[in-house]
Write a protein that binds this ligand. Structure first.
Ligand code: GLC
Length: 756
């Protein structure tokens, strides 16, 4: 009987030869060539898979962090041991070409097959040049600029050895108590889809084999933004129709666009944790949408299925996650430590494991890592590319366009250059919070530009004092603040949250300005001086008091590295603000959840014929928000003409063109974000009172007019209805085109299924 010791290696050689594999494929070639077609790609993956042991295959499904930037509970930092054993396929929080080269060298030279590592990182709104937080950037509604910002982020990240970003976050969010509302594109599905597509275009470019394009990651799949009570990681319990019509469309759009990876969310969805949710991960993502990238978990979210009460232990959690469709385990160590046993027992199939490993290896090949594992390590280019003047200038432009002017009574803004300013507030001289959170390798102090530095750069005439802290109740500087206010022409207060008050694990039950900032406003108000507030915050705030007390409100979000310059550009009119809200600002927290397109209900309030008492409203607050979705002022004014439709009826194979003239009727050149809203009047399920279905951002010189045309197709009117999937329904559709969502319907058309 020939012993196994002889037959196995012999078999291995036979497979090796038959697979047409030449080891040189894995030697590090001076010139790289990536697979030039799917056949070549599959052949190369097959050749490698044929050589891999079970342990090496499992290794590819393991993602571990270095000891830097831990973003969750730490498990262990034995990553170097796992790396040397060939038990790691990817790492995150390793940055800098020198460091990633060092780790890659271990993977390539010290492991049996030298399979290169994938380096991932949270490059959310910039790598070193930090752009406004995503919700801020989204307020620009400028898809080209948003793509450019992601492109620069990818260029800076890739020059420092990174191959993969855990972005964009595509979670529709409608609850300002939830701190992660800051990381996405707001409350509207259509806008969130468009902005997420722009971000993926920027990250992935159109050729992943370029060494300045990186894998993007659609996260957090799915419906993370629907966490109950706005409490992070909390339960999500929503109808199939809401899941499909509100939360999933941006993810589906990114699959169609070719996003490379998905990340599962921490929350459960209707009783099943997303990380173990076969319906989401297999039935929808793979079978319905044909996603062919790989799925990574969020940080230890496999392990957390034990806490969810869905897995009896870690091994069971690993089996649930893997069999639901999760390919890679972020930081949980579950696939690392438990999967071999599950495969031996048959609760996980090696065939399925091969499928996951293939999806991971394919992307490593596409990035060119097998031909040159160090191709993203550019020690020699880092200095010239990182924080370049061009990048900082574009960051300033993005910040300018992200700023939303919410109030400007008596045109107090823009300020005149010689205005004597009293600059007050805990964020006026701040270089730390101004870049927000999830700031990758962004520098805070010394690189980011504060508002005070912005004023100094403009040689403005101002006096500064803090007046108060962000959240402490120290009143020691109020007197000083009142003193400088009394001798100024205008008071500019820079107020808001600390960067830690939004983002992950930062839900708030009170969304007013923290600390004694509101008290300071009231005190300053008593001086009778014109009062401008500039806000830095990561969520919609309850500004009901401020809206009564102050003359102007400038919503700057956390505007990033060049934020101070951008804010000052707006204050003096060097840039005429054009941003529009992508999230509703409630009148009071009691209205939450509140978004622009709630359902009509059977007893709508405040409409003709509504019963004063018995209608859907509050007895202690209005239904209307303080500032609606799509709202934002300019220093100029825009006048909208009436819509003209080129036909009254739409069918599946025709379109309608809706055109409208918009005129700049004010004193300043400026940009306007023109928005198209449509209402499906009658549906076989109740439909939102209106839905954003298009937008265009145009520049108009003062006095200039332009005609804008929106093309409406049947596809735009589809909605998901349980069991029937996405459908069109015949009937009347109303519409309007305006500068924000709070507007009456002005026109209508009919949709009919074509008779021909
Ligand atoms: C965090 C976040 C996720 C991030 C990941 C890696 O917990 O939920 O968005 O990409 O861990 O840092």
């Amino acid at each position: 009987m020939v012993s196994k010791k002889i037959i196995y290696p012999f078999l291995l050689v036979v497979i090796f030869c038959l697979s047409g594999f030449s080891y040189s494929e894995f030697s590090i070639k001076p010139k790289y060539s990536v697979p030039n077609n799917d056949e070549d790609l599959n052949r190369r993956v097959d050749s490698l898979m044929a050589l891999m042991t079970l342990k090496e295959k499992i290794g590819q499904t393991v993602l571990y962090t270095t000891q830097f930037d831990i973003t969750g509970p730490s498990i262990d930092d034995n990553y170097l041991d796992y790396l040397r054993e060939g038990s790691l396929g990817a790492m995150f929080n390793a940055t800098g070409s020198a460091f990633t080269r060092k780790l890659q060298k271990i993977a390539v030279e010290e492991t049996r097959l030298g399979i290169p590592l994938l380096f991932g990182y949270d490059v959310i709104h910039g790598y070193k040049t930090i752009f406004p937080i995503p919700m801020g950037e989204a307020s620009s509604w400028d898809l080209e600029l948003i793509e450019k910002s992601a492109r620069i982020s990818a260029i800076e990240a890739s020059v420092e050895g990174l191959h993969w970003t855990f972005a964009p976050m595509v979670d529709v969010a409608r609850d300002p108590r939830w701190g992660r509302i800051s990381e996405g594109a707001g409350e509207d599905t259509f806008l969130c889809t468009k902005i997420s597509e722009a971000r993926v275009r920027g990250f992935q470019g159109d050729d992943l084999s370029q060494d300045n394009t990186i894998l993007a990651c659609a996260k957090h799949y799915a419906a993370y933004g629907a966490a109950q009570a706005g409490r992070d990681y909390h339960t999500v319990d929503i109808s199939e129709n809401t899941l499909r019509n509100v939360y999933l469309p941006p993810f589906e759009a990114l699959v169609k666009q070719g996003v490379a990876t998905f990340m599962t969310s921490f929350n459960e969805v209707n009783g099943v944790p997303a990380t173990g949710n076969k319906y989401l991960l297999k039935d929808i993502l793979r079978d319905e949408w044909n996603f062919d990238g790989f799925v990574v978990t969020d940080y230890t979210s496999i392990n957390e299925m034990v806490h969810h009460g869905y897995a009896k232990d870690l091994k069971h959690a690993g089996e649930l996650a893997f069999n639901a469709g999760v390919d890679m385990d972020m930081q949980g160590g579950v696939y690392l430590n438990e999967m071999e046993k599950s495969i031996e027992e048959g609760t996980i199939s090696e065939t399925q494991l091969n499928q996951s490993v293939r999806s991971i290896l394919k992307l490593k090949f596409k990035l060119g890592l097998f031909d040159d594992p160090y191709r993203y390590c550019h020690e020699d280019q880092e200095k010239e590319i990182i924080l370049s003047k061009e990048h900082l200038q574009i960051a300033r432009e993005v910040a300018q366009k992200s700023i939303v002017l919410l109030k400007n009574d008596d045109k107090i803004l823009p300020l005149k250059s010689d205005t004597k300013i009293a600059l007050i507030g805990p964020l006026a001289d701040d270089e730390f919070n101004i870049i927000g959170n999830w700031t990758a390798r962004g520098d805070r102090d010394g690189v980011a530009v504060s508002v005070k530095e912005g004023l100094e750069a403009r040689n403005s005439n101002f006096t500064f004092t803090k007046g108060c802290e962000i959240s402490s109740d120290s009143r020691s500087d109020i007197a000083n603040a009142l003193e400088i206010a009394a001798t100024s022409d205008v008071v500019v207060m820079v107020l808001g949250e600390s960067e830690r008050m939004s983002g992950e694990a930062a839900s708030r039950t009170n969304i007013k300005l923290p600390g004694i900032q509101q008290e300071l406003i009231k005190e300053i108000k008593k001086t009778g001086k014109p009062l401008v507030i500039v806000l830095m915050n990561g969520r919609p705030l309850d500004l009901s008091l401020e809206s009564e007390q102050v003359d102007a409100i400038v919503e700057a979000w956390f505007p990033g590295t060049s934020g101070g310059h951008a804010i000052v550009d707006v204050l003096f009119g060097d840039y005429n603000p054009s941003g529009k809200l992508t999230v509703t600002f409630p009148m009071t927290i009691g209205q939450i959840p509140i978004h622009y397109n709630m359902k009509n209900t059977g007893r709508p309030a405040y409409i003709k014929g509504a019963n004063e008492r018995y209608s859907s409203k509050y007895i202690d607050a209005p239904n209307k928000p303080l500032y609606p979705f799509g709202f934002g002022l300019s220093y100029t004014t825009f006048e909208y003409g009436s819509i003209s439709l080129d036909r009254e009826t739409l069918s599946e194979n025709t379109t309608i063109n809706a055109s409208i003239e918009v005129k700049n009727t004010g004193e300043y050149d400026g940009e306007e974000i023109i928005q198209l809203y449509i209402k499906d009047v009658i549906g076989s399920i109740t439909r939102p009172t209106k839905e954003l279905k298009g937008f265009k951002k145009i520049f108009l010189k003062k006095g200039e007019s332009k005609t804008v045309i929106f093309e409406i197709a049947a596809e735009d009117l589809k909605f998901y209805k349980n069991k029937s999937g996405f459908i069109n329904e015949e009937g009347k559709y109303e519409m309007f085109i305006a500068g924000n969502s709070d507007h009456e319907f002005t026109d209508s058309f009919n949709f009919i299924f074509s008779k021909i």
